[in-house]
Ligand binder design. Structure first.
Ligand SMILES: [Cu+2]
Length: 399
């Protein structure tokens, strides 16, 4: 126990030692391991993160804060709108509501647990979100000022359904991938709220509310299902109206001259994969003893791969959730296009590396296995880290 390692979540890098190898690279207490990760030049610029990934210990270590944000720079090549804007990196982590906490009423008031019984589950909330380690911080922003917020949900198992009172967020990237990366014609997307599963990231332009209007960044109640944990609504941060707009951020001394590289995929091309029978199906299962499986198999580090895929192709994957709670599906090394939920086509399919799978529901994904850099043995799993620790994970070989 107490072994540790690192996973570079969302990066299109090799799963082999000394890179993003979460299976055999493991430091026991007192030991150190050294990584050398070659991030490819065509990695989409955006917000990624790193966190520890030792099977059986992931949940506790994530709860302890063993993670960090990781930016692949120069997103302005794909999103010129953000040039000059004040940038904020917001890391959402958990703080425990302990019975012996000397200030529980204060903490609860700060977090404004608005609706404790927000889901069909009758568990009471044990934790709240903090932002950059602070319970309900104030974020300075002037009326009308536009800022670039890059938000990662680093909680091991809390969902965030983010919104800002009376303001809309203009999303420019999801899970590190600029919206324009696969579709250069796509415009930033104005949304009223956005569901961020554990490990999910959102990068958005936020506009300061007009003078005299108070606004907060909130997470709404997420009903995680009959067997799910409590995930109540709460205030995450308040927008603090300051008088002056932050001075424009001047360009760094070294400005990237590399033109953006797009990977457009036509609707006709995608339809070929979307319309065919799934190349592979992933089923999240549980039993009544609280054990967690993928395709009825409980992960063990000694296991062989559950599946092998040929590098160079796209595949249609069908991910089913046989349980009465939500599970976020994550696969290492790649992004996928989430285009259907519960058999219904998404109005706006999105490229992600982590996607929520509804209770008793399903998602359909186009997996991008085209990049030869991913060769090796990798993992896919539920990103509720307790479930991952208890076996809801499997190996995949990229051959
Ligand atoms: Cu799960």
């Amino acid at each position: 126990m107490n072994m540790s390692n690192l996973h570079f979540h969302g990066l299109h890098v090799s799963p082999e030692s000394p890179q993003d190898d979460t299976i055999s690279m493991m430091a026991m207490p007192g030991e150190s391991i050294q990584y050398r990760v070659d991030v490819p030049l065509d990695q989409p610029p955006g917000l990624y993160w790193y966190h520890t990934h030792p099977h059986g210990e992931s949940y506790r270590q994530a709860l302890d804060g063993m993670s960090g944000a990781l930016i692949i720079d120069d997103i302005d090549r794909y999103v010129p709108e953000v040039r000059g804007m004040k940038e904020r990196i917001l890391i959402m982590r958990d703080a425990e509501l302990r019975a012996h906490d000397p200030h529980p009423p204060l903490r609860e008031k700060l977090a404004q647990l608005l609706d404790v019984r927000c889901s069909v589950s009758n568990e009471s909330p044990e934790r709240i979100f903090t932002v950059n380690g602070v319970t309900r911080p104030a974020i300075p922003i002037a009326p009308g000022e536009r800022q670039f917020w890059r938000i990662v949900n680093a909680s091991p198992d809390l969902y965030a359904d983010l919104s800002i009172d009376s303001e809309q967020m203009t999303v420019v990237a999801r899970d590190g991938m600029p919206l324009t990366f696969h579709d250069p014609a796509r415009r930033p997307e104005t949304v009223e709220h956005v569901l961020l599963p554990p490990a999910g990231r959102i990068e958005a332009i936020v506009t300061g509310p007009r003078a005299g209007v108070r606004a907060s960044l909130r997470s709404s109640c997420v009903d995680t299902g009959r067997s799910g944990d409590a995930n109540p609504a709460m205030v995450l941060a308040d927008l603090d109206p300051v008088a002056d707009v932050h001075p424009p951020v001047t360009a760094r001394s070294v400005v990237s001259q590399t033109p953006p590289l797009y990977r457009p995929l036509s609707a006709v091309f995608l339809a070929k994969y979307e319309s065919r029978a799934p190349d592979y199906s992933v089923r999240f299962n549980e039993n009544s003893q609280g054990s967690y499986f993928i395709n009825r198999r409980k992960y063990s580090p000694e296991d062989g791969p559950m599946t092998t895929v040929q590098i160079g192709d796209y595949q249609h994957w069908h991910v089913l959730n046989d349980t009465s709670e939500l599970h976020p599906f994550h696969i290492h090394q790649i992004h996928f296009l989430a285009y259907k939920t519960n058999g219904k086509a998404e109005v706006q399919p999105e490229w992600l590396d982590t996607v929520n799978v509804p209770a008793k529901g399903s998602v359909d994904l186009i997996m991008d296995f085209t990049d030869p850099i991913i060769r090796g043995t990798s993992l896919f799993h539920c990103h509720l880290m307790k479930h991952e620790d208890q076996g809801m994970m499997a190996k995949i070989v990229f051959k």
